[in-house]
Design a protein around this ligand. Structure first.
Ligand code: SF4
Length: 356
């Protein structure tokens, strides 16, 4: 499974499920603000297994994305979830900080965990490189690729003109002969939690992620499309870290809990919530505005009414289809690093169109 296939599905409601397996992480990257650390919480394993085990060939997400913290601190859980998902036809992707690869090797327990995984992505940036050397990450990624799995890199820099980005993207392209896709993001005030799945939440050209939106400017939010399982099993409507970590989760952004709900119920709420339809098709301002919607009854009611109109479902589906058809690079021009967006096509049919 190629990275571009996954990114294309990102605006499609319930096409994917993001699952945080833990807030533990053995690394201490300076830019990580997901509250991850050596003693973070683990997401309840039994409830997660039951939830993913409830996928059926007729009703399942296309993609299950496992993230953290460091998901591979729970290799048995990764193996079980990927096997359960595969039994229903769902493909699994894992994002790792590569804590296990300091000597360039991939331990057997990690290779076993990845047996049913269809895509593997490594986080690389100036902070990770201080913890795990680049050469060791590259060696380990070659080993994972040898198993037949598609691999990619999630690279983060300070801004489009960050020379680190020029250097690391050229190094990856040379080392993997343009056969590993790269997703480039810029460091944001909120964490990397959902990693390359989240990219930037609301496009910066239209509004700001955490600040107040510019008067009169509001943008549809494609990120309100994949349910996200938080560290305590709560399921949120988006992967914005402040939504994932907020307790209580704002009611209009809460889809349920893996211990109480099955996939069919979560999928239905994600696809049919009038407020989420409004957020996806019209937007309600910045993420800050959106999270605070519950405190503005008139705005919440307007979003609910707009999303309840007879044509709202069709508009939602059309918007998702148009964004999917536009392709992964187009989506990342809005949500990732515009300058490097085409690198998501590396390793696939679009490789020859990627500028050298
Ligand atoms: S907080 Fe609202 S606007 Fe921001 S990513 Fe989540 S759903 Fe989208």
């Amino acid at each position: 499974m190629r990275l571009a296939e996954i990114i294309e599905l990102r605006p499609v409601p319930a096409a994917g499920l993001l699952a945080t397996l833990t807030r533990r992480c053995p690394l201490s990257c300076a830019h990580c603000s997901t509250s991850s650390g050596p003693r973070g919480e683990d997401t309840p394993a039994g409830a997660l297994r039951r939830f993913v085990g409830g996928f059926t060939p007729e009703d399942r997400p296309e993609v299950l994305m496992l993230t953290g913290g460091e998901p591979l601190l729970r290799p048995a859980l990764v193996a079980d979830l990927a096997a359960l998902a595969a039994a229903a036809g769902t493909r699994t992707s894992v994002l790792s900080g590569m804590f296990f690869a300091a000597d360039g090797r991939v331990p057997d327990r990690i290779l076993r965990a990845l047996r049913h995984v269809g895509h593997f992505s490594a986080s690389v940036d100036v902070f990770h490189e201080r913890e795990v050397p680049r050469a060791a990450v590259f060696r380990a990624m070659h080993r994972i690729r040898e198993t037949g799995m598609d691999v990619s890199f999630h690279v983060t820099g300070t801004a489009a003109d960050d020379t680190y980005l020029t250097d690391i993207t050229a190094a990856i392209r040379g080392e993997f002969r343009d056969q590993a896709a790269v997703l480039v993001n810029h460091i944001r005030p909120v964490g990397r939690a959902a990693g390359w799945a989240s990219a930037r939440t609301v496009p910066l050209r239209d509004t700001t992620d955490e600040g107040p939106s510019s008067p009169g400017l509001t943008a549809p939010c494609a990120m309100a499309a994949w349910p996200t399982v938080a560290f305590d099993g709560s399921v949120t409507a988006c992967c914005n870290q402040r939504v994932v970590d907020a307790r209580p989760v704002p009611e209009h952004l809460r889809l349920g809990h893996v211990a109480d709900d099955d996939w069919a119920a979560i999928r239905r709420r994600c696809q049919e919530s009038p407020v989420l339809r409004s957020i996806r098709t019209a937007g309600v301002g910045s993420c800050t505005d959106c999270r605070a919607l519950g405190g503005r009854p008139a705005a919440l009611d307007a979003a609910r009414r707009a999303g309840s109109r007879p044509a709202a479902g069709a508009m939602d589906a059309l918007g998702a289809r148009l964004q999917r058809d536009a392709g992964a690079a187009t989506l990342l021009r809005r949500y990732g690093s515009d300058r490097y967006a085409s690198l998501v096509l590396l390793g696939g049919p679009g490789t020859r169109e990627v500028p050298g």
